[in-house]
Design a protein around this ligand. Structure first.
Ligand code: GMT
Length: 379
């Protein structure tokens, strides 16, 4: 039986919007009726011809509002679609504000007495629990929506444990948080996605993020400088965000500006990831590390800081190399080992590809969400 599914997400290049868009497209591919709600079209959806119905809910600016409340416009959009077709499930990605919008739409639908109210499934992605969700200005509401959702998932075991530790301390009211890891389209993110570059070109590390402080891209540029020790290689930085200026300054200060390449926001991810020798991720905190998984699927091994749920994705010494969070010298040494051939990067990349296909392929993980929707909507 096909389901009528609403998906709510941030429309940014960030991982939660990518996961939500890829999930929406995958569910539509197998015949479900899927509606995506956001205040802009998310980039991964925009790239695809898939039959997901997009509801761009922006709200109206008004002088009384400090900023336009998109989340209320999204709530109204969900309610309009529900009144028309009867959604089975509304799946909120990133707790705030989307689980609140879904909760409000469900409450309004209950008051309507029309179609049975949709169930609310909330997926926690990372900073919605850590940096943002546990700030005192949001934590009571984050805790409320976790409890008020009909089902809650987290993208790693680490994030599920962190959610319980921070928000579910009441022994009498345990929260059920199911782990459903992120996934990758292993056909598109494939080692053959790009032609291998000419043999004479220099070893290449690639990093992808939104350059927020939590990603520590300036720290990564410093570590890359240490890894070089006079040798030639390049660090390709994909994405944009608040720390980009600091990265440029550091590259100049270290005299490696000709070796650090800033590509800005790009959509051609498989083509950028597959020719790289190593994917580098130096985050201070990371619940999963979706870009690392996409690199692995392209056969590119990973060097990363061993934080949060990263070790659930990257197996140290097998599919990549992990360094302690603040050990920049160790991170630099591991980066150098993969860039300059002390470790067999190609063999590690082959194992990374195998792990991505075996554990995180799209079909396998999307089926877990389908099962969850069915069991939740049958309640
Ligand atoms: O939590 C965030 O930082 C935002 C979020 C996003 O929208 O980019 O990233 C998180 O969700 C991704 C998708 O599930 C995970 O792969 C990232 O590890 C996670 N980021 C952090 O935990 C810092």
């Amino acid at each position: 039986m096909t389901l009528k599914i609403g998906i709510v997400c941030h429309p940014t290049y960030g991982g939660s919007g990518v996961v939500a868009s890829e999930l929406a497209l995958s569910l539509a591919d197998v015949g479900h009726q899927v509606h995506l709600f956001s205040h802009e079209v998310p980039p991964r959806l925009a790239m695809s011809p898939g039959p997901v119905q997009m509801h761009r809910a922006q709200g109206v600016p008004y002088p009384l509002f400090h900023s336009t409340p998109h989340d209320l416009a999204i709530t109204s959009a969900i309610l309009n679609v529900h009144r028309e077709i009867g959604l089975d499930v509304v799946h909120a990605h990133y707790a705030l504000p989307h689980a609140v919008s879904a909760f409000l739409a469900r409450s309004a639908a209950q008051a309507d007495r029309g179609h049975p109210a949709p169930k609310v499934v909330t997926t926690l992605h990372g900073t919605d629990i850590t940096l943002v969700g546990n700030d005192p200005s949001y934590s009571p509401l984050t805790q409320f929506v976790i409890r008020a959702s009909d089902a809650v998932t987290a993208v790693s075991k680490w994030l599920a444990a962190e959610t319980r530790r921070q928000f579910c301390l009441d022994q009498d009211r345990p929260c059920l948080v199911q782990v459903i890891p992120n996934f990758v389209d292993t056909e598109r993110f494939h080692p053959d996605a790009a032609e291998r570059r000419p043999k004479c070109s220099r070893p290449r590390a690639v990093h992808v993020s939104n350059f927020r402080p939590v990603k520590r891209v300036p720290w990564l540029v410093e570590a890359f400088g240490q890894a070089l020790r006079g040798r030639n290689a390049e660090l390709v930085l994909v994405g944009d965000g608040p720390d980009q200026g600091a990265c440029r300054e550091i590259a100049h200060r270290l005299g490696i500006q000709d070796k650090v390449v800033f590509l800005g926001e790009r959509d051609a991810m498989p083509e950028l990831l597959s020719p790289a020798d190593v994917f580098a991720l130096a985050s201070r905190e990371e619940s999963f590390g979706l870009a690392a998984l996409e690199a692995m699927s392209c056969g590119t091994p990973v060097v990363a800081t061993d934080v949060g749920g990263v070790h659930e994705v990257v197996e140290d010494g097998v599919t990549g190399l992990l360094a302690a969070r603040d050990d920049q010298a160790a991170f630099a040494a591991k980066l150098a080992a993969l860039l300059f051939g002390e470790v067999d990067a190609a063999a590690m990349g082959r194992r990374a590809r195998e792990a991505a296909v075996e554990r995180f392929r799209r079909e396998k993980i999307v089926a877990l969400y389908e099962t969850l929707y069915r069991s939740t909507s049958a309640r």
